[in-house]
Design a protein around this ligand. Sequence first.
Ligand code: PMP
Length: 364
Amino acid sequence: MTNNNDLIARVFRQEVLAMSAYHVADAEGLIKLDAMENPYEWPEDIKTRWLESLRACPLNRYPDPGARRLASVIREMNAQDQDAALLLGNGSDEIIQLLLMALPQGSSVLSPEPGFVMYRQLSHCLGLNYIGVPLRAEDFALDMPAMQAAIEQHRPKLIFLAYPNNPTGNLFDQDAIDKIIAQAPGLVVIDEAYEPFADASYLGRLGRHPNLLVMRTVSKLGLAGLRLGYLCGSPELIGQLDKIRLPYNINVLTQASAEFALNHKALFDQQTRLIRAERARVFAELNALAGITAYPSAANFILFRTPPGRANALFASLKQQGVLIKNLSPQGGILADCLRVTIGKPDENAAFLSALKQSLSSNP
Ligand code: PMP
């Protein structure tokens, strides 16, 4: 009988063997400020009405494969150009996977780095040639000479630009993005996961650029548990991608719950305003701490730099005090000494700031 290692090596692709699984930290018992979630739950009366609305869901039937009712609520919410088409995914993660699955074997995929890890992870998994182009170290802006040279050299079929960018939180310059869209030999996906916290979007420009796609998610708005993302673009592009989408990728409960929730968008808008106000407060308080540099953010998180060599210890000390944030320092490069905190409720942010002050003074 062959042992399992032989079997695995024989059966699985090299790319899969070389990967590490996506790691999600255990937040049990901790104040959870690591994953860019909205910290607010729904008021009880809305929860009750939501549960009532689920009574009508037929779980014995497959979901509507086109999620038509939900799609029309999304179009209305975005006042979306009726000429643009929509593709729904099980989170925008699934849409990234779909986009990559549609590319020819060995294609190049390009994105600035540091960026959202799934672009790289899923590209590698699918055997694509992922090119990460470093952002400018001083301000995390696009390094245009490097981007343009890499586009010329690798002729990527797909470019991902997160707008605002994760984990840096900034919005890239629009002139630079326009140049990239014009130069790109393939598609450009503007990933607007953090759009609720920014005052900028490319949705209104879809008609102007045939190679442009805009991706969004309801996760950061406050519905991360539903797993719903969407991609907007020309009917021709969306039509091709729709062929490889699994027919029932948005389940009955997600369709009904998202439809209900997005019909109560005012609630999320109010929560978004609270998060933005807290973002300003946390940013100012972080920058007032000796040795800490916080970077301006158009998202619901803040990246900050700790004194050299102290990020790991500060992260561990925060955790010990009951606050979980994200340690980016191990990634090195321009993220050396960097931590990222998601904006939570006022009391959670206060607990984070006080734990950080305590850690800074006790671990000099
Ligand atoms: N894009 C960016 C830039 C993100 O940061 C994230 C989540 N962290 C996603 C996409 C994925 O979002 P979703 O929950 O819709 O899969």
